[in-house]
Design a protein around this ligand. Structure first.
Ligand code: SF4
Length: 367
């Protein structure tokens, strides 16, 4: 079985490979950008972002020379913004340490910000045909089913075990194609639900030797040991109207949406009423010395789901007669920006802010 794996997989790939805009290239820059976009993002969504990214940043220097805010703006809506910050940081590192030439050694690639074992293996095999196997969720699923491996894929033992097996199996002649093939096979044939063999056993070239299919356990593999706890967070945003100006805050903490802009935010352990919000110490400090704000209404957003967090957000629209003294004297470099209300588009924002802003522009929109 181990000997037949690579030829069978590659024969399947030669007939079924997906046509993607980052395929059929050996350019490590393009491969790198596509791989980072595809982490946590579906191909259908990532496609348009990849094309836009390549149009604006066709080469490494154009990305390294851009501002981080511009990179984040182009990334807006894709989520997991640390990916964009790391792309930018890695481009700068390649520019300064490798004379703008993408490194060719696995360890050098692995040492770039935002690149782990999987992405380094993908880049080095696709661009340079180095025989290092990729190991991601698709690979865990395919190998655990084919070889009947019940080691929980989120355990520490799994990474070593699956990585060893994947590296034993990789084609020495076509390692780049092999890695693309196993990812395609996992994404389109040996899928989490309804794998090919459930629909039509003869359609899967491995059905005769697949342990999971032969024992009727495709639905039980791969095994996971932990359930991820979801954290609930309660966000109260102040959408302020101050003589046709408003206030934005840049997130600087080690948290979701770092370096993106949003309205001043009060986070609490539970959803606050408007009275509780007005009396919150954070709000009192921000608005000290101002007249009491006039309420223009509130918008409660549908629950905003991230991978491990549920965000319950309400936006309060308040009108103020003057810029609060706390922000009037805000020196350059503080996280608050006072700007004309119609200039928000120039700042990168998270998807939640985007959804709210489009709701305000188009109140009938359901999103
Ligand atoms: S037989 Fe089914 S479970 Fe096994 S590799 Fe093929 S699609 Fe996956």
């Amino acid at each position: 079985m181990k000997q037949r794996f690579a030829p069978t997989l590659l024969a399947w790939y030669d007939t079924h490979k997906r046509s993607l805009p980052w395929r059929d290239t050996r350019d490590p820059y393009r491969i790198w950008i596509s791989e980072i976009i595809l982490q946590q993002t579906r191909v259908a969504q990532g496609w348009a972002y990849f094309l836009r990214f390549m149009e604006r940043f066709p080469d490494l220097d154009s990305l390294a020379n851009a501002s981080e805010e511009e990179v984040l703006r182009l990334w807006q809506g894709l989520g997991y913004y640390s990916r964009a910050r790391n792309l930018h940081a890695a481009a700068k590192k390649i520019q300064s340490e490798h004379k703008s030439l993408f490194p060719t050694q696995f360890e050098q690639v692995r040492n770039l910000p935002g690149i782990g074992d999987y992405t380094a293996a993908a880049i080095c095999s696709f661009a340079y045909d180095q025989p290092t196997a990729v190991v991601d969720g698709n690979v865990y699923r395919v190998l655990s089913r084919l070889f009947g491996i019940h080691t929980p894929i989120d355990s520490t033992a799994a990474k070593k075990e699956f990585s060893k097996l994947a590296n034993e199996l990789i084609s020495q002649e076509r390692p780049g194609d092999h890695n693309q093939a196993i990812m395609d096979f996992g994404a389109t044939a040996c899928t989490p639900q309804n794998p090919l063999c459930v629909q039509s056993p003869s359609a899967c070239p491995f059905a005769q030797v697949c342990q999971a299919y032969q024992t009727g356990s495709t639905g039980l593999l791969p095994v996971k040991e932990k359930k991820t706890a979801i954290r609930h967070r309660y966000f109260h945003y102040l959408h302020l109207h101050i003589q046709e100006k408003t206030v934005l805050h840049k997130r600087t903490e080690e948290d979701i949406w770092r370096h993106l802009y949003e309205f001043p935010l009060v986070e609490a352990e539970k959803a606050l009423t408007e009275e509780e919000l007005r009396a919150h110490p954070q709000v009192l400090a921000w608005l000290a010395g101002c007249q009491t704000p006039r309420s223009l209404g509130k918008t409660t957003m549908p629950k905003h789901q991230l991978s491990h967090q549920s965000i319950h957000a309400t936006f309060y629209e308040w009108e103020l007669n003057e810029i609060p003294p706390a922000w009037q004297s805000a020196a350059e470099g503080t996280p608050f920006v006072i700007l004309p209300e119609d200039q928000g588009d120039t700042y990168p924002m998270c998807r939640l802010m985007e959804l709210y802003r489009s709701k305000k522009q188009n109140p009938r929109s359901s999103s």
